[in-house]
Design a protein around this ligand. Structure first.
Ligand code: NAD
Length: 488
């Protein structure tokens, strides 16, 4: 197993260890072995990072000099691209990305997203003219200016760390904010490399800071409660998102939340290639650890037995084509940690108890290695009220739910606390009509790609608040100031 370089903190323009030299072990999901040491930030370190970001925002020209921001973020992005191989190694060894998945969401799509931000930057509106209005016998000229919101705490998850980090960091920096990035404890090196490359890019001290820590909550809660931080941009679970809103309330923190999902794929009886569509619905990419994956498969009752037979064959066919770090064709590796493995296995046991029928998989696979492997798993005969259909499992576990007709499919898809994404496959007009009635932030019709760096992404309902990516993603970090100029 590869040994990766140890991670440092990046605070106030300096790459340095945590106070007192504190470190913690970064564990490989493939082997359970220590692959590197990460800096374990203390409250003192977090405090310094907040102070540095505040100073950099309040003094200097970062907030006003758009050209300088664009040039520096571009340089940072070029350095990320130049280090693509290292990013891929970190994604594989630290986040458990299979090699075939690195070329997708883990690194390639993340870098593409960074390019997309630079591409849409010229479209950001920095001013809006509201024209003249008469007031007390004189004319007022009304102009809105859009200004960076301030110091941003960016709190990120472990599943696709680079993608989420770029989603927040590039946008906030381009908007003119200063940033403190706090990566998930399981994936510190993906945060640390951003600090290292930002240092090389030469950002002014304090504009961008990275703090990695073993405690999942302490550093994040400091960011959420500190009055010097203006906005928290959080991606992670709905439970923690809720807590962030609560803890941020006393300082009326602006919160941007990208949370969990339990997205539905509705396959219609007139799907152009029904067998292929069903077979491709296996939930295996990155072992199902994606917020926008379609983890509920909705199949018409009229073709239900046919669909179940196709799925059984598809899972058999997938067989053992996963879980080998050296195989470039694999898109599925282990789940990220022992804790996550235990959680997913507990959901599989729950599914059996709830009366769903296990069609394939269902077990840990120690034969794949000492890490945290779970085989591709699918439950059929699932009722949407079961917990395995309502709760986010975040593992390779698909649930299949039969429906009566289009209205029933829409009802089932919407019967969820979540509203992140979804898919409809079938006759185009019928599928479009259904897509418009699903209460989610993104929808794919007939396999169309609705998630990209130039498109706004986010959730309805308990999947989040706000939008990330695209022009809208940069504008999330702006405040509106209205100026009325008299005597016009
Ligand atoms: P998590 O909520 O446990 O942790 C996310 C981050 O929050 C981590 O950095 C963690 O250290 C930090 N954190 C934990 N407790 C905190 C607290 N009390 N205050 C402040 N910060 C705190 O999520 P996870 O297990 O790392 O990631 C998986 C979850 O992320 C899933 O629910 C998944 O759906 C979600 N996710 C959502 C999206 C999206 O865009 N909607 C994308 C990726 C992942």
């Amino acid at each position: 197993m590869a040994k990766l370089s140890d991670g440092l903190l990046y605070i106030d323009g300096k790459l340095r260890p945590a106070a007192g030299g504190r470190t913690y072990d970064d564990i490989s999901p493939w082997t359970g072995e220590v692959i590197a040491k990460a800096a374990d930030a203390t409250p003192e370190d977090v405090n310094e990072a907040i102070a540095a970001a505040r100073r950099a925002f309040d003094a200097g020209d970062w907030t006003t000099n758009k050209e300088k921001r664009f040039e520096l973020v571009k340089k940072f992005q070029d350095l990320l691209r130049a280090n693509k191989e290292r990013l891929g190694d970190i994604a594989r060894h630290e986040a458990g990305a299979a090699t075939g998945a690195v070329g997708l969401a883990h690194v390639d799509n993340a870098l593409q997203g960074g390019d997309d931000y630079l591409k849409v930057f010229p479209d950001v509106a920095w001013e809006k003219d509201y024209g003249l209005r008469e007031f007390r016998g004189g004319n007022t000229h009304r102009v809105a200016v859009y200004e960076p919101v301030g110091v941003v705490g960016a709190i990120t998850p472990w599943n696709v760390p680079l993608y989420v980090q770029i989603g927040k960091v590039h946008a906030a920096l381009l908007a003119g904010c200063t940033v403190i990035l706090k990566p998930a404890p399981d994936t510190p090196l993906m945060g640390a490399i951003m600090g290292e490359l930002a240092h090389e890019a030469g950002f002014p001290p304090g504009v961008f800071n990275v703090i990695t820590a073993s405690d999942p909550a302490q550093a994040g809660e400091m960011l959420v409660t500190d009055p010097r931080v203006d906005l928290i941009s959080f991606t992670g679970s709905t439970g923690v998102g809720r807590r962030i809103m609560e803890k941020g309330a006393p300082t009326l923190k602006r919160v941007f939340l990208e949370l969990g999902g339990k997205s539905a794929h509705i396959i219609l009886d007139d799907a152009p290639d029904f067998p292929m569509t069903v077979a491709r619905s296996m939930l295996v990419f990155h072992a199902g650890q994606g917020c926008a994956v379609t983890s509920r498969l909705l199949v018409p009752k009229s073709r239900y037995q046919e669909a179940v037979a196709i799925l059984e064959k598809a899972y058999q066919g997938f067989g053992d084509n996963w879980g080998d770090i050296d195989n470039p064709g694999h898109i599925m590796g282990p789940v990220v940690s022992k804790k996550q493995q235990e959680r997913v296995l507990a959901y599989i046991e729950l599914g059996k108890k709830e009366g769903a029928r296990l069609l394939a998989g269902g077990k840990a696979r120690p034969d794949k290695g000492e890490g945290y492997f779970i085989e591709p798993t699918v439950f059929v005969d699932v009722d949407n009220k079961m917990r395995i259909a309502q709760e986010e499992i975040f593992g390779p576990v698909l649930v299949v739910i039969p429906y009566e007709d289009d209205e029933d499919a829409i009802r089932i898809a919407n019967e969820s606390d979540y509203g992140l994404s979804g898919m409809v496959t079938g006759g185009k007009e019928r599928a479009m009509k259904i897509a418009k009635r699903i209460r989610t932030g993104t929808m794919s019709v007939n396999g169309g790609m609705c998630i990209a760096g130039d498109l706004p992404f986010g959730g309805y309902k308990q999947s989040g608040i706000g939008r990330e990516w695209g022009r809208e993603g940069i504008e999330e970090f702006l405040e509106t100031k209205l100026i009325g100029v008299g005597g016009a």
